[in-house]
Design a protein around this ligand. Structure first.
Ligand SMILES: NC(=O)c1ccc[n+]([C@@H]2O[C@H](COP(=O)([O-])OP(=O)(O)OC[C@H]3O[C@@H](n4cnc5c(N)ncnc54)[C@H](OP(=O)(O)O)[C@@H]3O)[C@@H](O)[C@H]2O)c1
Length: 406
C-alpha cells in the first residue's frame, strides 16, 4: 500500500508525542484510509533540513509554535501543494486569512483543531456540525493554566502567587507564564473561534484582553457569598452593529455550564437559537492530548476534507459591550454611603442587583452586583464613586455572566 509521508516540524512536547502516537496508530489509520502514514523527516533547531523534508512529504505537521519561522514554513508548504496541520494559535490568530486562502488556492487542507482548546473538538463542531446554526455567542474557558490557578485559589483560599507556584510545580504553568496569565493565549484562541463562528476575519488585535494577575483571594471569597465563581472567560458574540471578542476574568452564577469546570480543563459553550446551548469540555493541553487532535487532522487530510471556507462577511468590532458587574469597594461605614454609591450608578441609568457588606467602621468591604450596563457607563459610575468622601480606594469591577440554561 502507498505510504503517506509526514514531515514533522518541531519535536518538543507535542511533536514527540505525535510521533509516538502516529507509530502506535499507523496500522489502524492504514486500515481506515488505505495509506500507511509514516514520518518522512523531523526538523528541530539542531536537526533536519526544511527544504529536504518538504520535498519528501505529502503533509507537513507544524509543531514549532510562534510566528517566525513557522509562518514561512507553513506558507512554503502550502505553496508547494502540501497539506499542513498545525497547533499554532499565535500564527493563525495573526496570519490565518493569508494561510487559509493559500490552502484554498492550492486545494489542500490547513488543519488546526489542536490550536484551540487542545483535544476538545470545538473547531470541527463549529465548522461542520454547527454549519447550519446561526451562532450568537461563545463563552470559553480556553486556557487551562489560568483555570487551574483560579480553581486552586477558590479551593484552598490561597493567593495568586502561591497558586501560580503550585501550577509551575505541577508543570501546568510554564516558567514564564506571561502569555497565559495575562490573557494573550486565550485571546488568540478566541480570535480563531470567532472567525469560525461568525465567518468574519478576526485578528488577535481585535480582541481586548485582560488576565488574572490582579485577582485577589478576597475577590473570590466575597463573590462566593453572592453565589458566584470566578473564571477567565473568552467571549465572542454578535451584537447590534457587529461582534465583540474579548477575554477577561468573569463571575458566573452556579447554573452556568462553565461554572463547574475546574482545574486545567477547557470548555466551550456555544449558543444559538436553533440549538439552545451546547458545552464541550476536556483537557486543554498536554502532549498526548494535543497530539491526538493533530492526528485527527492528519486523518482528515487523508480523507480529503477541504480547508476552511473564505470569510462570508466582514463584521465590525463593537467596543462598548453590556454586562453585569461585580464591584468591590473599601468604605468608611457611615450612614448614607450605600445610598450615595447606588445614586452614582443610578445617574448612569444602572441599578444594583445585590449587595454584601463585610466588617464595619473605618474599613468595611462593600461588594455589589449590578444589573447589566454598558462598560462605558460602568467606568463613569466608578469614577464618580472614587470621588466620594467615604470610599477609601478606587473601586474594582469584574464582569458577571448572567445566563443560566435550564
Ligand atoms: N504543549 C501543549 O500542551 C500544547 C497544547 C496545545 C497547543 N500547543 C501548541 O503546539 C505547538 C508546539 O508546542 P510544544 O509545547 O510542543 O513546544 P516545545 O516543547 O517548545 O517544542 C518546540 C519544538 O520546535 C522546535 N523549534 C523551535 N524553534 C525552531 C526553529 N526556529 N526551527 C526549527 N525548530 C524549532 C524545537 O526544537 P529544539 O528541540 O531544537 O528546541 C522543539 O522541538 C505550539 O504551537 C503550541 O502552542 C501545545
Amino acid at each position: 500500500m502507498a505510504a503517506f509521508r509526514i514531515g514533522l516540524l518541531g519535536h518538543g512536547t507535542v511533536g514527540s508525542a505525535f510521533e509516538a502516537l502516529l507509530e502506535s496508530r499507523a496500522e489502524a489509520i492504514e486500515a481506515l484510509s488505505g495509506s500507511r502514514p509514516e514520518i518522512a523527516g523531523v526538523l528541530t533547531r539542531s536537526r533536519g533540513d526544511f527544504a529536504e523534508i518538504l520535498e519528501r512529504s505529502d503533509l507537513i505537521v507544524e509543531l514549532i509554535g510562534g510566528v517566525d519561522p513557522a509562518r514561512e514554513y507553513v506558507r512554503r508548504s502550502l505553496q508547494a501543494g502540501r497539506h499542513v496541520v498545525t497547533a499554532n494559535k499565535q500564527l493563525l490568530s495573526r496570519h490565518g486569512e493569508e494561510l487559509w486562502s493559500l490552502a484554498r488556492e492550492q486545494a489542500v487542507l490547513l488543519g488546526f483543531e489542536a490550536a484551540v482548546a487542545g483535544v476538545v473538538p470545538v473547531v470541527r463542531v463549529l465548522r461542520d456540525s454547527l454549519a447550519g446554526a446561526h451562532i450568537e455567542r461563545i463563552h470559553g474557558i480556553v486556557n487551562g493554566t489560568t483555570n487551574f490557578i483560579l480553581s486552586e485559589m477558590t479551593r484552598s483560599g490561597c493567593g495568586y502567587a502561591e497558586a501560580l507556584g503550585e501550577a509551575q510545580r505541577l508543570g501546568i504553568a510554564e516558567a514564564d507564564p506571561t502569555d497565559d496569565v495575562e490573557g494573550a493565549d486565550a485571546a488568540a484562541k478566541m480570535a480563531i473561534l470567532a472567525r469560525l463562528a461568525f465567518g468574519s476575519p478576526v485578528h488577535i488585535d481585535d480582541v481586548r484582553y485582560e488576565g488574572i494577575t490582579g485577582i485577589t483571594s478576597d475577590d473570590i471569597a466575597y463573590a462566593h457569598e453572592l453565589g458566584l465563581s470566578l473564571k477567565l472567560i473568552g467571549t465572542a458574540e454578535r451584537l447590534a452593529g457587529g461582534i465583540s471578542v474579548r477575554v477577561h476574568p468573569a463571575f458566573l452564577y452556579g447554573g452556568h455550564p462553565l461554572a463547574s469546570v475546574n482545574g486545567a480543563f477547557n470548555a466551550v459553550t456555544v449558543e444559538s437559537a436553533a440549538i439552545t446551548e451546547i458545552t464541550m469540555s476536556g483537557p486543554g493541553a498536554g502532549g498526548s492530548q494535543t497530539a491526538s487532535a493533530v492526528l485527527g487532522d492528519v486523518v482528515a487530510a487523508l480523507a480529503g476534507t477541504p480547508t476552511l471556507a473564505g470569510p462570508s462577511e466582514r463584521l465590525e468590532i463593537v467596543e462598548d459591550v453590556v454586562s453585569a458587574f461585580y464591584v468591590h469597594m473599601e468604605v468608611d461605614d457611615r450612614p448614607g454611603v450605600l445610598a450615595q454609591v447606588a445614586q452614582r450608578f443610578g445617574d448612569t441609568g444602572a441599578s444594583i442587583k445585590s449587595v454584601v457588606q463585610q466588617g464595619s467602621g473605618e474599613r468595611a468591604q462593600l461588594m455589589l452586583v449590578t444589573h447589566p450596563l454598558p462598560r462605558s457607563a460602568l467606568r463613569e459610575a466608578l469614577e464618580a464613586i472614587a470621588q466620594l468622601e467615604h470610599v477609601l480606594a478606587p473601586p474594582r469591577a469584574i464582569s458577571v455572566i448572567n445566563e443560566e440554561f435550564v
